[in-house]
Design a protein around this ligand. Structure first.
Ligand SMILES: [Zn+2]
Length: 460
């Protein structure tokens, strides 16, 4: 009965969403994405991503953006994000503070030989900027481990004292376990919107922190994961293959998005026929199904640490060296032979035998199956309705430059249409039920979200 009510509820939402679908631009043209997301307001500093159509030879080309006769900026094309999408990025090229509300026509030109096209953008009055802007600003606190950057009047601003404590606890744990000490404090940036899978590490650690986060309140887990990457970089190594970088982060964090039994969970991959051959995973890590790849890598690290000891594993991992062939599977194979007298194929055979010997409970299998469905659904939603959050092409401006220029909008604004709010609310619910082990309910909700996304996509 309860399921029937949810289904009917979903049908109504789906019909509504289908009516909201907007036509998409043809794929053979250049497409322009403006930032911050959503409506633009007078005073915004606007960035542009100009994405090339398939097959465009971008070498030697630039995109130029102009308003009236004046050039706002130009930039060349290069691979962007985890996906390596070919695009030109014009960071904060258009300062709109002296303009009046209303339509503005921008001219985009591909130099030197075209095409040229125009796009009209509407600037809304500054008085319409949604809270907590325009009063929000960048601020920071310093803790034992970190410089914690946040935007005032956000959830992170409210909770910054407890966040500092959490960060210190996670960093202290890793400092001991990885035997590394910090010579400089780690820059952490709390972002008040969902980005990718909740965390990114580059020159700083970016962690999503907001109320009603559909990825769950997993801040300690995400910080711990990203801190592993930080300490891992400090510990060094010629070439640290991605399969071990991510495997180590999940292994040392005792789970991916929550604490979880890594070995039984990886054993369930075999039962579900989801196991990815290790050579393929090592050579092409990120394009694989995300949760499966990370889990398999983490359980592999766990198995190796159990078999050889932490010291021997660490020595092997930091001694993997590049070869002319360049493929991670080859260099891993060479290092395995040098350190343990075993090939990668032999290690995989032993690892699979070990997994086959595990007992997999129904709860472990259900949790894994629905975790994969949940995060696949999240990414499907992001690609469809919040593409700046999708991890392969996420919009990740540098917080330092944002601070210097007094910009908070790129992190504060995100799509807030009715369809976004409805689907995010259902994802929040699915995250709660999944974490509570209510698997039947989780499955019903996720099916509803996917049917809605099917309808939306069909309308495009
Ligand atoms: Zn990671």
């Amino acid at each position: 009965m309860r399921n029937l009510r949810i289904t009917v509820h979903w049908l109504l939402i789906t019909i509504f969403l289908a009516s909201c679908a907007a036509p998409a631009a043809p794929a053979e043209k250049f497409s322009v994405i403006t930032h911050p997301d959503g409506p633009l307001y007078v005073g915004d500093q606007v960035s542009f991503e100009a994405v090339t159509p398939a097959g465009f030879k971008s070498e030697g080309h630039e995109v130029q953006v102009s308003l009236d006769e004046g050039e706002l900026g130009r930039a060349g094309f290069s691979p962007y994000g985890v996906a390596g999408r070919t695009e030109a990025v014009l960071w904060w090229a258009w300062d709109t503070r002296d303009l009046q509300p209303g339509p503005e026509t921008l001219t985009f030109a591909i130099l030197p030989d075209g095409p040229t096209w125009q796009e009209t953008v509407t600037l809304h009055p500054q008085s319409g900027i949604p809270p907590p802007e325009p009063g929000a600003r960048w601020a920071s606190v310093t803790s034992d481990c970190c410089i914690l950057n946040y935007i005032t009047d956000t959830a992170a601003g409210r909770d910054i004292a407890s966040l500092a404590q959490v960060a210190d606890e996670q960093a202290a744990d890793l400092s001991v376990r990885m035997d590394e000490s910090l010579s400089e404090k780690i820059p952490v940036v709390f972002v008040p919107r969902v980005l990718g899978n909740g965390g990114f590490t580059g020159s700083a650690i970016y962690v999503s922190y907001l109320d009603n986060d559909y990825l769950g309140s997993a801040t300690a887990q995400v910080l711990h994961h990203e801190f592993v990457h930080w300490f891992d970089t400090l510990a060094g190594g010629d070439l640290r293959p991605t399969i071990f970088q991510e495997g180590l982060a999940v292994y040392l964090s005792g789970g991916h998005f929550k604490p979880e039994p890594l070995i039984p969970r990886a054993a369930a991959l075999l039962e579900l026929d989801w196991y990815i051959p290790l050579g393929k995973l090592a050579d092409d890590f990120y394009p694989q199904q995300h949760e499966i790849g990370y889990l398999e890598a983490a359980a592999l690290v766990s198995y190796m640490v159990e078999s050889y000891g932490w010291g021997a594993f660490d020595a092997f991992y930091r001694d993997i060296r590049p070869t002319p062939d360049g493929r991670d599977s080859q260099v891993i194979d060479a290092a395995l032979q040098a350190h343990f007298g075993i090939t990668f194929a032999e290690l995989e055979a032993k690892y699979r035998e070990f997994l086959k010997g595990q007992t997999v409970t129904e709860a472990v299998r259900d949790d894994l199956r629905l975790s994969v469905l949940f995060y696949d659904t999240v990414r499907r939603y992001q690609q469809a309705l919040d593409p700046s959050a999708y991890f392969m092409t996420a919009w990740l401006p540098d917080y330092k430059v944002m601070g210097q220029r007094g910009i908070v909008a790129d992190f504060l604004r995100h799509p807030e249409g009715m369809e976004n709010r409805l689907i995010e609310a259902m994802l929040v619910k699915a995250d709660h039920t999944l974490r509570a082990g209510e698997y039947n309910q989780t499955e019903v909700i996720l099916k509803g979200v996917n049917v809605s996304l099917d309808m939306l996509m069909a309308g495009k």
